[in-house]
Design a protein around this ligand. Sequence first.
Ligand code: FNR
Length: 368
Amino acid sequence: RMPILEQCYNLLDFESVARRVMKKTAWAYYSSGADDEITMRENHSAYHKIWFRPRILEDVEHIDTSTTMLGTRVSMPFYVTATALGKLGNPEGEVVLTRGAHKHNVIQMIPTLASCSFDEIVDARQDDQVQWLQLYVNKNRDITKRIVEHAEKRGCKGLFITVDAPQLGRREKDMRSKFDDVGSNVQNSGKDNVDRSQGAARAISSFIDPSLSWKDIPWFKTITKMPIILKGVQRVEDVLRAVEVGVDGVVLSNHGGRQLDFARSGIEVLAEVMPVLRERGWENKLEVFVDGGVRRATDIIKALCLGAKGVGIGRPFLYAMSAYGLPGVDRAMQLLKDEMEMNMRLIGASTIDQLNPSMVDTRGLATH
Ligand code: FNR
C-alpha cells in the first residue's frame, strides 16, 4: 500500500513514493542524470564525507534558522531551485511550489522552461514573497533581453544565468522513455517541430546558445539592475573570474548531475573555493550558493559551515509535489525546518551566523 503523507519522515521518502506513483516518462525526466549518473549519486554521497565537530554548552534553547540571500530575509537557508516542466509531475505545475515557498517564507527560482507561463508563476505570488529567475540564454538576444526586462518589471529579485548547459546532457533514462506531452508553453524555444525521440530535455532546449561566453556577461549588467548570479560554476578559477567580471554570486552546481558526468559535487568544490576567497579577502564580494544532492538539514548545515550563503534543492520538492501536491511540498519543507532546528541545537549553534568551518571535519574530502 502507498504510504500516506504522514508516513513520509524525510525528503528521501518522497522520492520512493514518487517513483511508484508518477507517470513513467515524468519519473524518467525528473530522476535522470547524465550518462552513468556517477555525479548525480556523488552529489549526495559527498555530504557523507563530512563530519561534525559540535560545540557543547552553548545555550541552544532558542534556535533561529533565518538568514538573508541577496538581501532578502528568509526563514531557512535553502531555496527552491529551478526545475523545468513542473506539469509532468503535477497538473498545476510550478505554482504549487510557489505556494509552498510562500507558506515557509523561502525563495523560489522560476525556470525559463517552466510548464506554467512566467506570468502565471509570478501571479501566484502572495504578500511580499520573493522569486528569482533562472535564465537559459537564447541565441536570439532580443528574446533574452525581453525575458530579463519583463522579469525585473514583474519584481524578480535575482537573475541566475545557467552556465553549465551549452548542450543538454545525455540522460538516457529520459531518452528511452518516449515523451510526447511536454505540458509546456516553452515560450522561447523559437521552434515547435522539436525532436521528441531524444527525450523531454533535449526536445525543449534547442534554443540555448552554446556560444555564450565571459564576454557576454557585462551585457547583462546593462540590461538589468537585478543581482546577477552564475549558476553551474564548477572550479575555483571560474569563481575568481566571476568576481572579476563583477557578478553578485555563483551557484556551485553540476545541474543535479544532469550535465557533465564526473563533474565534482558542489559541496566539495565549495570546500576548495572558500579558503581561496578568504585568503584574498574576497569572501564578501559575492554570495556563494551550492546545490545538488541536498536531502537533509545536516547537508544544509555542512554547506553553511563551509561558507555557503544558502543551498538550492530541486528534485525533493518535485517528488513531494508529484506524489502529494501542495501538502507534500508543505510537509517536505516543514520536515527540513524541524531537522534544521534539532541539528543546529545538537551542533551548538543557535543562529545561522554562528555556523563556521571549525564545526565540520572535512578531512574525508579530496580537498580540505
Ligand atoms: C533541473 N535543473 C535545472 N537547472 C537549470 O538551470 N534550468 C533548468 O531548466 C533545470 N531543469 C531541471 C529539471 C529537473 C527535473 C531537475 C532535477 C533539475 C537543475 C537544478 O536547478 C539543480 O541544479 C539541481 O536539481 C540540484 O540537484 P537536486 O537538488 O535535484 O539533487
